[in-house]
Design a protein around this ligand. Structure first.
Ligand code: BGC
Length: 260
């Protein structure tokens, strides 16, 4: 099996998006395909969508999936914004058996961060890079010299007595009808805390709000350089594909042991 072209899939709360990726340059090899996330987004229903996306591209090679939760050896450990039935589900095995193809599963923010560090805003940065994705939840990915510390979950840090994700996610901005200025002040508090604890060289912002940086950049008073992710929506797909390359030996040993 070749590992240059990998099907990257990003599983999100509203859509599941995939595209074949050339992992040497991060470019899509075909137009991305998006399917609405099924409601309820149970393991079986999501696995069927993964199969449909693989079929759409007539895919016969490895697949990488970004998933919005802590993922340990393919097993989903948390469920902040997803169906609770995912907890302790072996997503790697479920997706692999459903598609018949080897599937690697990684946290969605870790995937987006891998793309940013390899091809996007974080490339060529020698020190540590912190990627923060802001959407329904807040995801984080922490890198030092290009190496990922997986499943950091810094969106769940306690800030002002609250889970940071509840205080300053994009969903909260919409639900509480915060102005960009109000929300930007909250987000600044959060980033200041990141700076105080981690001292990254660069913070990359991903997710929907990264396209709106001009609306809240004035509220950011931290010293660390903060920039929007340049790959925007595609980072999750590209990074999921990259994660397969990075773990191909483990994945293939495991896949062969399944005897599909
Ligand atoms: C989850 C993270 C995820 C983030 C972004 C959070 O609620 O705990 O695992 O990366 O949302 O989807």
């Amino acid at each position: 099996m070749k590992f240059k072209k990998i099907l990257g899939i990003d599983i999100g709360g509203s859509g599941i998006k995939g595209a074949p990726v050339n992992t040497k340059n991060g470019k899509f090899l075909a137009k991305r395909h998006r399917i609405e996330t099924p409601v309820p987004a149970t393991p079986r229903a999501v696995a069927e969508v993964i199969k449909i996306i693989a079929k759409h591209f007539k895919w016969k090679g490895p697949i990488g999936c970004g998933f919005p939760a802590v993922v340990m050896n393919g097993v989903i450990k948390t469920a902040s914004n997803i169906d609770k039935s995912w907890i302790e589900t072996d997503a790697r095995e479920l997706f692999t058996r459903t598609t018949g193809l080897p599937v690697w599963v990684i946290n969605d923010a870790d995937a987006a961060g891998m793309a940013a560090v390899r091809f996007g805003a974080g490339k060529d940065v020698k020190g540590s890079v912190l990627m923060i994705t802001v959407g329904t939840g807040i995801g984080s990915a922490f890198f030092t010299r290009g190496r990922l510390l997986p499943n950091t979950e810094l969106g769940h840090l306690i800030l002002n007595g609250q889970n940071a994700e509840k205080y300053t996610s994009d969903a909260t901005r919409k639900n509480e009808k915060l102005t960009w200025e109000e929300w930007g002040k909250r987000f600044n508090e959060y980033l200041m805390e990141m700076e105080r604890l981690f001292w990254p060289e660069l913070i990359v912002i991903g997710g929907g709000v990264s396209k709106k940086m001009d609306k809240f950049a004035d509220q950011l008073t931290l010293k660390t350089k903060v920039i929007p992710a340049s790959l925007l929506n595609d980072a999750g797909i590209i990074g999921s594909a990259l994660s397969v390359r990075a773990n191909r030996d483990v994945l293939m040993d495991w896949y062969q042991s399944l005897k599909i």
